[in-house]
Design a protein around this ligand. Structure first.
Ligand code: ABU
Length: 654
């Protein structure tokens, strides 16, 4: 059963929702369309307003990305910069309608519905968080709306057939997979495990990673969980997983750590790869999440120390090749551009300072969406520049402010303008691939005693790793192996013990031989004749063979080398000798017991037949009684039966 706190969004539900909204849209366009020409409304300063909608996940909920916390202020900042820039959209003012999606697709669809059917027509939409972007980008083409996503990493979104009007400034999560595989190869790990939540974003990333590993001859085992990772972590422990790639949202990541602690899946033998866009101190337990493992439980590990194992994270960078060598170290944000102003007139560093100020210098590194804030800023610039481009290319009778949801000409122009976007933003060069994706590089960081240290950067395009620092290993002995090392070792019997057992075996054989000679020598005596001498001889031969098998049982002893052929022969011989010896000894003993029994039984029979004659008259009466009762068994079991017991053994098979 699903845990009640988990928000689910299986594909069939999104399809149902899509169907519902499509039907709604059809009905509304039939009976009273939302796609009416909106009356342009001038602002206080006489500029015409252009409306856009944006959904921002302001909280993570049970499992999600709270990226709106830093991305919304970044978008608001971009809005101010664009509206104050006289070169961009002169005579127009952008107006943002925003709502909190909580990274829940159902809620986001409700907000989308409001954007469309309430207030002014929106020309474009901004979306963040993969599950939300997925449903919005799947639905929006019904209203000819282009969507720009500032925070959706799902590889599934790179599908033009399914998402015909989606662009994103956030790179696909697949970008990190070549980096991971490169690391596996560097440390000679041939077996890794993937632990993933069943969201489509992680499912698609894991599938891509599995294929990339397979190409390099690396075995990847995948475990997935829905809400509660307990069973999946248990399976990892059973599989002796050592190198683990975690693909899940941050609240789920804390649950995974809790289980890793409980089930001992941490420490110097383990290496964990986590997604790089979690807040810096994401591993600290949150009291409101009510996890059953907290710091107070005594030995709860300090996850930021090396004793807890190696924690690596991958951060996607959005820089061009020239900027690659000029990275600024020590920033977990990892996304700001170098000190060259872009289209907005500010540099990456200025952007960061402005955003910090806007956020009142709070602990920004622990804000959801802090690493993605430059992407959100650039997403709004991409949107504004696309409006600019569309405005310039529109036929005379069409105006941006008159956009309606069935205006396919304007929708196509908007789409083409976004597609051809190319500008320098605060997150680097912004341009989109044919599938609407951003091109990026990856940075690897290691959590070393409370600090994230950049250990290397991987250029996906050139397939080149640039190492900047050593990865530290908890015990200083280098990378841990990818599984328990199995060493084949020949186990031999101690020479002293072997000699003692051989001496005992010799004594056994000598005793058997002595008994045999004794048997042969005194075979004429009555007592020997009555003791079944043939059986005795076979028994002695069996005992001697069993004792002889002990010589072979201890082989090979320490220092004795055998070839494979010799070892096979030895194995067969010792078992065969023991088997034959045991059969001789036990068989002859059993034969003896049988003979003695038969003699005893025939003597009994003779006595019984004598008694039968004496009891004949009584027997006649009893036979009559048996006929009347109809059951000889009842008669036999009756406590009042006067039937003579000694008669029965003679009728039994013996
Ligand atoms: N970097 C945030 C991505 C969030 C998501 O893909 O849902």
């Amino acid at each position: 059963m699903r845990p009640p706190h988990v928000t689910a969004w299986p594909p069939w539900r999104s399809q149902l929702l899509l169907l519902f909204l499509t039907t709604q849209s059809f009905c509304l366009s039939f009976f009273g369309s939302s796609s009416v020409e909106s009356t342009p409304e001038p602002d206080d300063d006489g500029r015409l307003q252009l409306h856009i909608g944006g959904v921002f996940p302001m909280e993570a909920g049970a499992g999600g990305w709270p990226g709106g916390q830093a991305c919304l202020p970044a978008v608001e900042m971009a809005l101010e910069h664009i509206n104050h820039n006289t070169d961009v959209l002169p005579g127009y003012k952008l107006h943002l309608h925003q709502s909190n999606s909580k990274c829940q697709p159902g809620l986001a669809m409700q907000e989308l519905y409001k954007f469309i059917y309430e207030g002014k027509n929106k020309l474009m939409l901004l979306a963040g968080c993969s599950p939300v972007t997925t449903v919005i980008a799947e639905t929006s083409p019904e209203w000819n709306l282009v969507v720009i996503s500032y925070g959706a990493s799902s590889p599934a979104l790179s599908n033009r057939q399914r998402f015909p009007k989606l662009f994103r400034t956030h790179p696909s999560a697949n970008m990190q997979n070549p980096t991971r595989v490169e690391l596996f190869e560097k440390f000679k790990w041939k077996r890794i495990s993937i632990l993933q939540s069943v969201e489509e974003v992680f499912q698609a990333t894991a599938t891509h990673l599995e294929a990339a590993c397979k190409n390099k001859g690396i075995r990847a085992e995948r475990q997935s969980f829905y809400g509660d990772p307990t069973d999946a972590v248990r399976t990892l422990v059973r599989q002796d997983a050592r190198i683990i790639v975690g693909l899940f949202y941050v609240t789920e990541a804390r649950r995974v750590l809790c289980q890793a602690y409980k089930q001992n899946l941490y420490g110097r033998k383990h290496v964990w790869f986590f997604i790089g866009w979690y807040a810096d101190t994401w591993y600290e337990p949150h009291p409101e999440e009510h996890l059953s493992c907290t710091k107070e439980e005594g030995d709860y590990p300090k996850w930021d120390t090396m004793e807890s194992g190696s924690f690596l994270r991958e951060i996607v960078l959005n820089r061009s090749g020239e900027e690659f060598s000029e990275e600024i170290d020590g920033y977990s944000i990892g996304l700001q551009s170098i000190e060259v102003a872009g289209v907005s007139g500010i540099t990456g560093l200025q952007f960061e300072e402005m955003l910090r100020k806007r956020l009142n210098y709070t602990d920004v590194a622990n804000l959801g969406g802090w690493p993605e804030a430059p992407l959100a800023y650039d997403a709004l610039w991409a949107l504004a520049l696309a409006f600019n481009c569309t405005r310039a290319n529109l036929p005379h009778h069409l105006k941006l402010e008159n956009f309606t949801y069935n205006n396919t000409i304007m929708a196509q122009l908007l789409f083409d303008c976004v597609k051809n976007t190319s500008f320098k933003g605060v997150s680097g060069n912004v341009m989109f691939s044919d599938s609407g994706d951003r091109i990026a590089k990856t940075q690897i960081e290691q959590l070393q005693d409370g600090r994230y240290v950049t250990v290397g950067r991987f250029d996906n395009g050139e397939h080149r790793f640039n190492w900047t620092a050593e990865i530290l290993w908890p015990d200083g002995r280098g990378p841990p192996p990818d599984s328990t090392i199995i060493r084949e070792q020949l186990e031999t019997v101690n020479n002293g013990l072997y000699i003692i057992v051989c001496l005992l075996a010799i004594i056994g054989i000598v005793l058997s031989l002595a008994c045999f000679i004794f048997n042969a020598k005194y075979g004429y005596r009555g007592i020997i004749v009555q003791s079944q001498p043939q059986c005795n001889n076979i028994l002695l031969a069996g005992s001697a063979l069993c004792s002889a098998s002990l010589f072979l049982m201890g082989l090979p002893t320490a220092g004795v080398q055998l070839t494979d052929g010799e070892f096979t022969l030895l194995c067969h011989s010792r078992i065969s000798i023991l088997m034959i010896g045991f059969t001789f000894a036990y068989g002859s003993m059993f034969a003896k017991v049988w003979i003695v029994h038969r003699i005893g039984a025939s003597e009994n029979q003779q006595i019984a037949s004598r008694q039968k004659d004496e009891y004949k008259p009584l027997l006649g009466k009893v036979s009559e009684k048996v006929r009347v009762n109809g059951s000889p068994f009842l008669l036999y079991s009756s406590p009042h039966s006067s039937f003579p017991i000694p008669y029965f053994p003679a009728t039994f098979p013996f």
